[in-house]
Design a binder for this molecule. Structure first.
Ligand code: IPM
Ligand code: MG
Length: 372
């Protein structure tokens, strides 16, 4: 096994706690790597007005992939209030560094497995095993937003789209706009990734989730692209559903679904819902995967109130670590890690508070390391 070079991005809040757990387990696996720590997160926003400094982006170029903990994200005004006084009024605007990272590195595919490991007391139902493919660089999270609304923008919109005319007479400061921009290439790619995965792992169906009856152009592009892709996978069924109904059906009939694929925001929402079916965000892993780079992170947030307490469930982080090992081609280590996580959950000897236990994050990680 040659030595890997991994970017180590703890972020803030509980990011550090769960990354310590990842390190403990990676060392126990004898995974040979050099870890290069990168600056990212709330501290850098407060002091530099940039939560993802350029030096970090430069550093990433020297690594194969990154492991990422968690990051605090706040709306624009709350974020601006926390800037150091000397850099306020410099025009810094907060934009989530993880969303930016996905876009800057073209990490188009966000893969989020949701599996009910047997014996997890938090499982909604045993046997659930879904994988969500979330488009990661386009859609409603693309960041093309306006407030106050510039005259040229609203006037141009009204010129081409009569439905926009009713906003012309509203004071510009009282209108805000976020754009949902989707490309055929982006839609085709995410659906292809879902079908490829289904083929590789013998999954039976791919469900494409959007809302084309209302979002006729963007949703329509997603569905039309998906139908084209599906032609190349005749052995796999494709279902088309609307996001609102899908949320209900996922609770009602979770066993009817296998692989789900959606645009950025719908995938974001759906993946939290699916995570709850298998124990909550403590079990939700994700891989942000591009053609040449990837960032692996737990889906959960930074839970600042628990920072440094080693209280939160490290399993989401460790399942993300497993996805990283898989992506790096370290299949043996990946399989070993997943088996050990499954065993630790089933035995229930070491559990964090969310699972009804009183163990620390590190104790759970130590138990997983012992079970390897
Ligand atoms: C996620 C998170 C992020 C997102 C936030 C923290 C910006 O919710 O990874 O699902 O919306 O993508
Ligand atoms: Mg989310």
């Amino acid at each position: 096994m040659s030595e890997h070079r991994i970017a180590w991005l703890p972020g803030d809040g509980v990011g550090n706690d769960v990354m310590d757990c990842a390190r403990l387990v990676l060392d126990a696996l004898n995974f040979e790597a050099k870890y290069v720590k990168g600056d990212i997160g709330w501290e850098f926003w407060k002091h530099e007005g940039n939560a993802l400094p350029d030096r970090t982006l430069d550093m990433l170029k020297t690594t194969e992939c990154a492991l990422f903990g968690a990051i605090t994200s706040k709306p624009r005004d709350e974020a601006a209030e926390e800037l150091d006084p000397e850099i306020r009024d410099k025009g810094y605007v907060y934009f989530s560094p993880i969303v930016r990272l996905r876009q800057e590195k073209s990490l188009h595919t966000n893969m989020r497995p949701c599996k009910a490991y047997p014996g997890n007391p938090l499982n909604y139902k045993e046997g659930i095993d879904l994988v969500i493919f979330r488009e990661n660089t386009e859609g409603l999270y693309v960041g093309v937003e306006f407030h106050p609304m510039p005259d040229e923008v609203i006037e141009t919109l009204a010129k081409y789209q009569p439905k926009a005319k009713r906003f012309l007479d509203i004071p510009r400061n009282d209108v805000a706009m976020s754009s949902r921009i989707m490309t055929r290439a982006g839609c085709t790619n995410i659906v292809e990734k879902a079908f490829e995965f289904a083929r590789k792992y013998g999954r039976k169906s791919v469900t494409v989730v959007d809302k084309p009856n209302v979002l006729r152009e963007t949703g329509g592009m997603m569905i039309r692209s998906a139908r084209e892709v599906a032609k190349n996978y005749p052995e796999i069924n494709m279902w088309e559903t609307n996001i609102d109904a899908q949320a209900m059906w996922l609770l009602k009939n979770p066993f009817d679904y296998d692989i789900l694929v959606a645009e950025n925001m719908f995938g974001d929402i759906l993946s939290d819902l699916a995570a709850q079916l298998v124990g909550g965000l403590g079990f939700a892993a994700s891989g942000n995967i591009g053609d040449n780079y990837a960032v692996f992170e737990p889906t959960h947030g930074s839970a600042p109130k628990y920072a440094g307490q080693y209280k939160v469930n490290p399993i989401a982080m460790l399942l993300s670590t497993r996805l990283m090992l898989d992506w790096l081609g370290e299949y043996e280590l990946a399989t070993k890690l997943e088996a050990s996580i499954a065993k630790t959950i089933a035995e229930g000897k070491s559990r964090t508070y969310d699972m009804g236990g009183s163990n620390t994050s590190l104790e759970v990680a130590e138990e997983i390391a012992r079970n390897l």
